[in-house]
Design a protein around this ligand. Structure first.
Ligand code: CO
Length: 488
């Protein structure tokens, strides 16, 4: 049996899970060359919420970060997390934008693209996977793992086979909420390994204290790689620490060689960084959270959800709202709870408790009901879909959502030109996703003081037209954002 391969997530998921994605490139510089010497299968350095965070909070060009890290760590493949047709945002983008984004990311240094869809609708990953292969890079198809009556081992196995058919080079079981338990991890890995030829990775979070043991069982069952991090950007809501995982495997045939001395030096470095980021870290994220096992919702979502309810003056309604989450999820076709669907389900559960069931339907909920995010894993409640059609005066669709979108790249280049911003594909794809943030980034520094990471983000400008929306704080990637949610 070959030793298991460790992938390292400290420069992406590690700080996204434990420090609100606020680690700066500066704070990564000393660590990157050391990480490059440790024989990791991949360094996850980009994607997820890092691109948003670079522009919104850190005043950094995300592509420059990638090029810098690639230069400092040239030996180990760099990996990014890509939300399929959503790229790194919360809605669908046209194919030409997805293709341009992948081409830019590949040129700037991404070697492995881990591609997933929040609904597990694989029509939403096809374009991205094709673009990755066209760029000559490694496409990893990621299954969004969750538990529900429709998320059977057979359904996950079908997805794995479909990823292989799409031309993926490997498969990831992406357990974003840390729900997978050891026997399930073992059985799922065995089944997938028996049915596909490509390597299999397990990605989990130690939110409920299960990840290390589930990794161990998955490794015994033959998984090829697991994702680990480095303390203190490890454990808790993050990935298990690499040295801890190594210790757990010592003496077994699958234990990889691992440089413990260098790991300890890196822990020293990251401890300092963790202290520098103190205002973005939380004891709640470091602890094991069993609520996740009771309510089957991601731990990061639960802790932020408490704040959200408080702001709405609904703290006393906690039990009711939490109980409403599985109800909403079932009516919405048992969608997995991962960005952006976790926010959608949570907000709708809150609205249902506050105003009565379906008295107010948030716009994103209606979009799920109308098929605009894609096909849900289970059937959508037909009465609720009819209600959404009636209130929005729109018909539900069953096609791939991006089929309804016109190409945007030529228009985006025109807009950049009109705004006096540098016209290139990198700016065009960033502008498609984060127009205000990109404009602010390119403003002359004298006119716009560099965003201070210590302060909360400025509220987005009021929409030009008055809307009937309600003001809510919504959770995006574990952080609270002010947002006006249009209710119907
Ligand atoms: Co993760």
């Amino acid at each position: 049996m070959k030793p298991v391969i460790f992938n390292n997530t400290v420069l992406r998921d590690g700080h996204q899970s434990l420090a609100a994605t606020r680690m700066t490139t500066e704070q990564m510089l000393a660590a990157a060359p050391e990480l490059d010497k440790m024989g990791f299968g991949a360094l996850e350095t980009w994607g997820g919420a890092t691109i948003d965070s670079c522009l919104r909070f850190l005043g950094e060009n995300p592509f420059d970060r990638l090029r810098t890290l690639k230069k400092l760590a040239p030996k180990t493949p760099h990996m990014m997390l890509l939300r399929g047709q959503n790229i790194v945002q919360y809605t669908s983008f046209p194919d030409d934008v997805v293709e341009a984004f992948v081409a830019c990311a590949a040129a700037a240094g991404v070697d492995i693209f881990r591609v997933f869809d929040a609904l597990n609708d694989l029509r939403n990953v096809q374009t991205a996977v094709r673009a990755v292969k066209k760029a000559g890079k490694h496409a990893q198809g990621a299954i969004s793992y969750t538990t529900s009556p429709v998320h059977t081992p057979a359904a996950f196995l079908e997805m794995a086979k479909e990823f292989e058919r799409l031309g993926c080079d490997s498969i990831c079981i992406k357990d974003m909420a840390g729900l997978i338990c050891p026997p399930v991890a073992s059985a799922l890995v065995k089944q997938i390994k028996a049915s596909v030829k490509i390597p299999v990775v397990l990605h989990s979070h130690n939110t409920a204290g299960l990840a290390g043991t589930s990794y161990f069982e998955a490794i015994e069952a033959g998984v090829d790689m697991v994702d680990v991090s480095i303390a203190p950007f490890a454990n808790g809501t993050g990935q298990p620490d690499a040295l801890m995982m190594h210790a757990m495997l010592e003496g077994t045939p699958r234990c990889p060689a691992y440089d413990a001395d260098r790991h300890v030096q890196l822990v020293e470095h990251f401890r300092k960084v963790y202290e520098q980021l103190a205002e973005f870290t939380s004891r709640n994220n470091e602890r094991t959270d069993v609520d996740i096992l009771r309510f089957q919702v991601p731990g990061g979502m639960l802790s932020n959800f408490r704040n959200q309810l408080k702001e709405q003056g609904m703290s006393d309604k906690w039990d009711q709202v939490v109980a409403e989450i599985p109800f909403v999820r079932e009516k919405l076709g048992w969608i997995p709870l991962v960005t952006p669907t976790s926010q959608i389900v949570g907000t709708q559960a809150m609205l249902n408790v506050k105003f009565g069931r379906w008295k107010n339907i948030a716009q994103p909920t209606a979009d799920i009901l109308l098929g605009k995010y894609g096909r849900t894993p289970g059937p959508i409640d037909p009465e609720l879909r009819a209600l959404a059609e009636e209130r929005t005066k729109q018909k539900a669709v069953d096609c791939r959502p991006a089929d309804l979108l016109e190409p945007r790249m030529p228009g985006l280049r025109e807009e950049l030109k009109a705004k006096g911003l540098p016209v290139n594909d990198e700016n065009a794809v960033l502008y498609a996703m984060f127009p205000q943030q990109l404009e602010a980034f390119h403003k002359p520094k004298a006119a716009a003081p560099a965003p201070a990471p210590a302060k909360p983000a400025p509220a987005p400008p009021a929409p030009a037209e008055p809307t009937a929306g309600r003001h809510y704080r919504i959770i995006i990637d574990g952080r609270l954002h002010d947002a006006t949610v249009q209710t119907l």
